[in-house]
Each structure stands twice: as structure tokens, then as C-alpha cells.
Design a protein around this ligand. Structure first.
Ligand code: CUA
Length: 490
């Protein structure tokens, strides 16, 4: 008896817990509709719910009526111990009228449900005509989201910034396995499939943050493959688009070099540069192919674009709020925050016997990333202008300046000063080799070119796009200093 009761108590508690999911106050509730697509989908749900509820009441009512009314009875004979058996009720088997009725009524109910369902399927497939939708490409990766704005040439990750009151037309793709793109308050889920593009649209009425979630089991970190939709007014969205294309203030922290050395093979940081959109897509594909073709030894894998990370609100695909403390914890040991993250298995700083990042180096990288905000962002986001200046250092010799750059620009993360290979070739005896590499180019010219356009001066056996292409932004003075220093490595 006790076992029976506790079973019911357990069932009741689970049911109550599950219905909490229906609360419109939860950030992932499908009952807090934030736009027209969500509204028409939930209207359809309510229509079906009430039809189903009505059918339930009628069928259960008829059942209860029949159970009570036609229950088995015994008829005692007065003054005797004998009872008369019950007389069976009138049988209706083969009643044509009844059979027609219970065939036609369900058929009509199905038609009543099908008409609005098909209507909603069409309505929610493509944005209304002449509505000037914003085109977005959303790509599922294990385990984060990439967002591309093909018409604006913007690439970002895990935070999708959109304008309110304008349809957003989403093309859904996947790089690896099937994921599902779902913003519960905004629109129903739609799968992202490798090798196939799916399509959906949504629109958000009010500015604010909307929680998104991968809704198809896609591996160990599936539950932590979240994202956030940030809906801005038209005006603020325009500002954001302009800002995302604005370079950040020059970085002053040592973190820049460390970032270039250890993180930049997988994470792009400079998508504010003109025409960087196509480049980012190519690099992202190369990263993936490198990893996919040799998962044991790959030095890179496709990873979130980190341009202007400082203005985002979350990290690790929505797992944590973006704070200095969380970012440091994330860089120190990603698996503590998100099990299965590929950063931990691919990045050389986490590998066995590698140069593990020291605490102050992790802090420097975190500070550098947090400093990545568009110049004047403070002013435009109403937080006041930051007036910090870049410090000027006086160098005694170009070689000394070059050595500083070699370390602080991150060269030393991939190039050793001996003939040992870290990621790229060792620098020992570079002068002699450079002189013979391309006929007609002096050693200095060759080194110069291979720094500013690394893909065109690849040493045989090394893949394209591994060396950062950010060094073309160095000044002539800095490049010359770097060359002077490299020439001294014998
Ligand atoms: Cu991606 Cu689940």
C-alpha cells in the first residue's frame, strides 16, 4: 500500500515539475511570445489544445456514463436466496448510423486542424513579401553557433544581434552533425543539417535578450550549446553594425602577443578589417578540414570569431556571463565550464608537456580580449569615452625593438629560435635560407613578404592560413625592426 501511494506521489511531483516548464516567466518558455511567428505557432497550439481537451471531456464523459449506467447488476428475488443474472443492455453492433457518425466526426476534426496548420507552415517558412528581411546564416558547430550577415559582411558567434520589428530570414547550416536552432520565445525549432540548407524566419517586437538553445542531441556538450539573440531598436542596430566594423583601440596589454601565439590559429579577432568576410569563411573551412582530416594531431579547429568580444555579454556559447573572472576560469581550464570543448584538446597550451600558460599570461589574454571593443564604443553605448593612451617605448636599437615585437606580437609562440619546429619553422639561420628562397628577392625582401603576406610565401609542407594575417597592419618601422632582429638569429 505504502509503495503504491509513494508511486503516485512521485508521479504527481514529476507532473508538477514538468508543468513549471509552461510558466511564461521562464526565459526559454514557448508561452511568452515575442513576435509574429511565435504568436501564430502558439495560436495553433492553443487551437489544437482546446480541440483535444474537448474530445477528451466528451470521450471520457461517455466512458464514465457507460461504466456507471451499464455496470453489471444482480437482481435479488424477494424472499429467496437466489439472484437473477443481469440482462445485457441493448447491443448496437452493426449500427450504420453510429458507425458513419464516428467516422465522419473525426475526419471533420482532422480537416479543422489541417487547414490552419498548413496555413501556419507556409506563413512561418518565408518572411512576408516586400518586408525587406535581414539575411542571416546560422551555422551549428560542435558546440557553438556561428552567425554570418552576408549582406553586411559581418561574422560573429554565439550572440546574434538583430533589429526589432524587421523580419530576420535565417538560412540554417551545420558544419558537423545535426543541430537544431531554437529561440523558444521567438520561433519553433528548425534543424541545421550538414550538406543541406534549411530555412526559417522570425521577428521580434521588443528590444531585449532572448535565450536560444540547440535542440537536437549533438554530442557531449549539446545541453551547453546555447546562444543569445540581442534585439535592438533599428537605430541601435545600425550603430552596432557600424561599430562592429570599427577597429578597437590599439591594444596595450601583453595579451595581444600571447593571443596571436596561442589562440589566433583558431579564433579570428580582426573582422572589422575591410573585406574580411570572405577570408573568415575560407579560414573557418580550412580550420575544420585540418581538424577533421587529422583529429589526433590537429593544431587548429573551427572556433568562434572573437572580434570585439568586449561588447558581448556571455562566453562559452552562453554558458557563463562575460566577466573577467569567468573568462580567466574559462581560458585556464575550459573543460571545467564546458565538458568536451575542443579548445582543450586542440590548443597547444593545454597539451601534455607543453608550455602551460602561467596565471599572469592567462590574465593578460583575458584583459586583451575584454579590451576588444570598437573605438568610441563607450560614447555610443552611453558609457563615456575611454581616454587611455598607448604607451610609447623608446628603443635603443632596431634589433631590440624587433626582439620586443617578436615576443609581443606572438611570433615566439609558433617560431622557436633554434631549428625546432613549434607550429611554424624554427628561426635559426633564417638569413641564409631566406636569401635563396625566391630568386630575385633579397633575404630582407623575402622575410618582409613572408610576414605581410604569409600565404604567398609558404615554406613547403606548411598549410595556408595558419600564420595570422594581421602583421600587414604593422608599421614599416616595426617590420624593419623585426627583420633586423630576425637577421641576428644564427
Ligand atoms: Cu548542437 Cu545539440
Amino acid at each position: 500500500m505504502i509503495v503504491k501511494i509513494s508511486k503516485y506521489v512521485a508521479l504527481f511531483s514529476v507532473t508538477i515539475l514538468m508543468t513549471i516548464g509552461c510558466s511564461p516567466h521562464h526565459e526559454q518558455s514557448t508561452f511568452a511570445n515575442a513576435g509574429p511567428v511565435a504568436t501564430s505557432q502558439s495560436n495553433l497550439f492553443y487551437l489544437m489544445f482546446w480541440i483535444a481537451a474537448l474530445i477528451f471531456v466528451v470521450v471520457q464523459g461517455a466512458l464514465i456514463f457507460a461504466i456507471i449506467n451499464f455496470r453489471r447488476r444482480e437482481h435479488p428475488i424477494p424472499g429467496s436466496d437466489f439472484k437473477l443474472p443481469d440482462i445485457p443492455p441493448k447491443q448496437v453492433h452493426g449500427n450504420t448510423k453510429l458507425e458513419l457518425l464516428w467516422t465522419i466526426i473525426p475526419a471533420l476534426i482532422l480537416v479543422a486542424i489541417a487547414i490552419p496548420t498548413i496555413q501556419v507552415i507556409y506563413e512561418t517558412y518565408e518572411p512576408p513579401e516586400n518586408s525587406d528581411p535581414l539575411e542571416i546564416i546560422a551555422i551549428g558547430h560542435q558546440w557553438w553557433w556561428e552567425f554570418r550577415y552576408p549582406d553586411e559582411g559581418i561574422v560573429t558567434a554565439n550572440e546574434l544581434v538583430v533589429p526589432t520589428n524587421r523580419p530576420i530570414n535565417v538560412s540554417l547550416k551545420s558544419q558537423d552533425v545535426i543541430h537544431s536552432f531554437w529561440i523558444p520565445q521567438v520561433a519553433g525549432k528548425q534543424d541545421t543539417m550538414p550538406g543541406n540548407t534549411n530555412q526559417m524566419w522570425f521577428q521580434i517586437d521588443k528590444p531585449g535578450n532572448y535565450s536560444g538553445q540547440c535542440a537536437e542531441f549533438c554530442g557531449v556538450a549539446h545541453a551547453r550549446m546555447r546562444f543569445r539573440v540581442v534585439a535592438n531598436t533599428t537605430e541601435d542596430f545600425k550603430t552596432w553594425m557600424k561599430m562592429i566594423k570599427t577597429p578597437p583601440k590599439a591594444a596595450t596589454s601583453d595579451g595581444y602577443g600571447l593571443f596571436l601565439a596561442h589562440c589566433s590559429m583558431c579564433h579570428t579577432i580582426d573582422s572589422y578589417v575591410e573585406n574580411s568576410y570572405e577570408k573568415e569563411i575560407t579560414i573557418q573551412n580550412d580550420r575544420w578540414n585540418d581538424w577533421y582530416s587529422n583529429q589526433e594531431e590537429a593544431v587548429r579547429v573551427s572556433a568562434p570569431n572573437l572580434t570585439h568580444l568586449g561588447i558581448r555579454s556571455m562566453l562559452a556559447a552562453g554558458e557563463k556571463d562575460l566577466t573577467r573572472e569567468n573568462l580567466i576560469a574559462w581560458i585556464t581550464n575550459p573543460s571545467d565550464i564546458k565538458t568536451g570543448t575542443r579548445m582543450q584538446t586542440v590548443a597547444n597550451v593545454y597539451k601534455e608537456g607543453s608550455a602551460k600558460l602561467k596565471e599572469h599570461e592567462v590574465e593578460a589574454i583575458a584583459d586583451y580580449l575584454l579590451s576588444q571593443k570598437p573605438e568610441n564604443w563607450g560614447m555610443l553605448s552611453g558609457k563615456g569615452v575611454d581616454t587611455e593612451e598607448k604607451e610609447e617605448i623608446a628603443w635603443n636599437t632596431p634589433e631590440e625593438h624587433g626582439k620586443y615585437l617578436f615576443i609581443n606580437q606572438g611570433c615566439s609562440g609558433c617560431h622557436s629560435l633554434t631549428d625546432e619546429e613549434i607550429v611554424g619553422p624554427g628561426m635559426q639561420g633564417i638569413l641564409g635560407r631566406a636569401a635563396t628562397r625566391v630568386s630575385g628577392l633579397t633575404a630582407e625582401e623575402y622575410i618582409y613578404n613572408s610576414i605581410v603576406s604569409p600565404n604567398e610565401y609558404l615554406v613547403e609542407g606548411y598549410p595556408e592560413n595558419v600564420m595570422p594575417q594581421a602583421f600587414e597592419n604593422l608599421s614599416e618601422e616595426e617590420l624593419n625592426a623585426l627583420i633586423s632582429y630576425l637577421k641576428t638569429i644564427e
